[in-house]
Design a protein around this ligand. Structure first.
Ligand SMILES: Cc1cc2nc3c(=O)[nH]c(=O)nc-3n(C[C@H](O)[C@H](O)[C@H](O)COP(=O)(O)OP(=O)(O)OC[C@H]3O[C@@H](n4cnc5c(N)ncnc54)[C@H](O)[C@@H]3O)c2cc1C
Length: 398
């Protein structure tokens, strides 16, 4: 292998985690090279948060992350929290706002966050090479710890090697299984991967019931296993999407039922009884339509016995209607897959990594950070915070 350039640190993957790690190490005085396969760095940041990048969340805590070891993320998240990234955003004069539930978004475009990271990398003297395919990685076994890389741009050598190549979601912008293959090459276990924060698809029978509702949204309480999220759901041509569905998809396993309450703030049985006293001649579809969209009200009443003046419903009919609206139970057929998933669940087993430095316990100098690691956050800025925190912490050690 022809080695042409030497570095202290090579970071593979120019996403959120890789850029943060590179800038931190560079600003410590380490000689850092960052290699990116795509034609530019930070592509996922650019498309995130609808183009405005939901860069962190004020309510970051370990409970909002999934991992085979739920304690693993605690150390990094406590050493580099939302306030640390907010300080960086403010240092660069990027205007931002809280949208809801502690979610912080740029007022303007997500490019501001990529510029911030590039400027900090420049201050740290980080060298960035894009359009680079890493063909082979080897570790020198004799003498000092060194990694040698064969790439489409030539040979490189470094003391520390950081894998920050992300997960499998959105292959069209460059997601690869590279990180998992490197882990396997060096003997680190990789836990099974699945799409996370993703829409759920329905069986043909369930799809018939929601026929014509595509594009309709409603506030709901969505539950699966022991988790419940109260946010919007969105009916689609293939099933269900919207923030509450994306959140619950992280907890859903094939075969699990999902329960949806379309009146999250009231007891519909009691409310209908109240309507029977106060407005007995009003049609139920109109009364329900005042709180849900009319289309949804009509369709759901159609499925659960039809529409008539509210005073004419029997207690048995009311119970059936309330169950339909408040305990709608589906067994999703699947998910929208990696093409639509915001994240990848599973990944490099945290048992094989130090929670302090992210170094592989058995392979000195090899680090894994960001989404490639088996830590997945909720929707709402939690995944970027994980990328910043893991990148920053590893950057302090490499
Ligand atoms: C549409 C969408 C919107 C999102 N919005 C948000 C949001 O608003 N807030 C939030 O917190 N999270 C959001 N996420 C999730 C968030 O983007 C990821 O969790 C985060 O980007 C992970 O950072 P990472 O650096 O680990 O991986 P990535 O950002 O995926 O970066 C990995 C990088 O490695 C490169 N790479 C891959 N393979 C190779 C290789 N072989 N050689 C060299 N380079 C390679 C990739 O091209 C990429 O640049 C969103 C995700 C998607 C898909």
């Amino acid at each position: 292998m022809n080695v042409s350039e030497q570095f202290d640190v090579i970071v593979i993957g120019g996403g959120a985690a890789g850029l943060m790690c590179a800038l931190t190490a560079g600003q410590r005085g380490r000689r850092v090279l960052l290699l990116e396969r795509a034609d530019r760095v930070g592509k996922k940041i650019l498309i995130s948060g609808g183009g405005r990048c939901n860069f962190t969340n004020l309510h970051v805590e370990a409970d909002h992350y999934l991992s085979a070891n739920p304690h693993f993320c605690k150390s990094a998240l406590s050493r580099y929290g939302p306030a640390d990234f907010i300080a960086l955003v403010e240092k660069h004069g990027i205007p931002y706002h809280e949208k809801k539930l502690g979610q912080l978004f740029c007022d303007g475009k997500a490019t501001a966050i990529v510029h911030l990271l590039l400027e900090e990398c420049r201050l740290g003297g980080v060298q960035i090479r894009t359009n680079c395919s890493v063909e082979k990685i080897a570790r020198q076994r004799i003498g000092p710890n060194r990694f040698t890389l064969q790439t489409s741009l030539g040979g490189y050598e470094s003391q520390s090697l950081v894998i920050a190549t992300g997960g499998l979601s959105i292959p069209k912008i460059g997601a690869t299984d590279f990180g998992y293959r490197v882990a396997t090459q060096f003997g680190l276990p990789v836990l099974p991967c699945r799409p996370g924060l993703v829409s759920l698809t329905l069986s043909p029978r369930d799809l018939e019931e929601i026929d014509g509702l595509s594009g309709t949204a409603a506030e709901a309480r969505v539950s699966c296993r022991d988790q419940t999220f109260r946010e919007a759901i969105l009916f689609t041509h293939h099933g269900l999407s919207g923030p509450a569905i994306l959140q619950i998809s992280n907890y859903w396993e094939p075969g699990d039922p999902v329960t949806i309450n379309l009146f999250p703030d009231l007891d519909l049985t009691e409310t209908i009884k109240q309507w029977q006293k106060e407005r007995p001649k009003a049609e139920l579809k109109n009364l329900i339509g005042e709180r849900l969209t009319k289309r949804l009200a009509e369709q759901w009443l159609g499925v659960s016995g039809g529409n008539k003046p509210v005073g004419r419903y029997t207690p048995k009919e009311i119970a059936a209607i309330a169950a339909r609206f408040q305990q709608w139970r589906i067994i999703p057929a699947g998910t929208g897959g990696y093409r639509l998933a915001e994240v990848t669940k599973g990944g490099v087993d945290t048992d094989a990594l130090s929670s302090k430095s992210f170094e592989a316990k058995e392979v000195k100098g090899l680090y894994f950070i960001g989404e490639v690691v088996d830590v997945t956050g909720w929707l709402g800025g939690y995944n970027f915070q994980w990328a910043w925190a893991s990148g920053h912490c590893a950057g302090g050690f490499v």
